[in-house]
Design a protein around this ligand. Structure first.
Ligand SMILES: [Zn+2]
Length: 61
């Protein structure tokens, strides 16, 4: 099952900027037909301050 979006508070490991974002903890590709762009948006978080994009799973692992 695909979980609903989750609000997260991210602290950028690069510049230390804190900001709000969202992601989907799990996505079931056999049930939900998301396109690649959405998948990328749902599993990564770009820092609005320095522009570096991080994998959300890696940040919160
Ligand atoms: Zn940053």
């Amino acid at each position: 099952m695909t979980s609903p979006t989750r609000e997260i508070e991210v602290t950028c490991p690069d510049c230390g900027h804190s900001y709000q974002d969202w992601y989907r903890p799990s996505i079931n590709l056999s049930l939900d037909d998301f396109d690649d762009e959405y998948l990328e948006e749902a599993t990564t978080t770009p820092c609005p301050e320095c522009g570096v994009k991080y994998d959300v799973e890696a940040l919160f692992a």
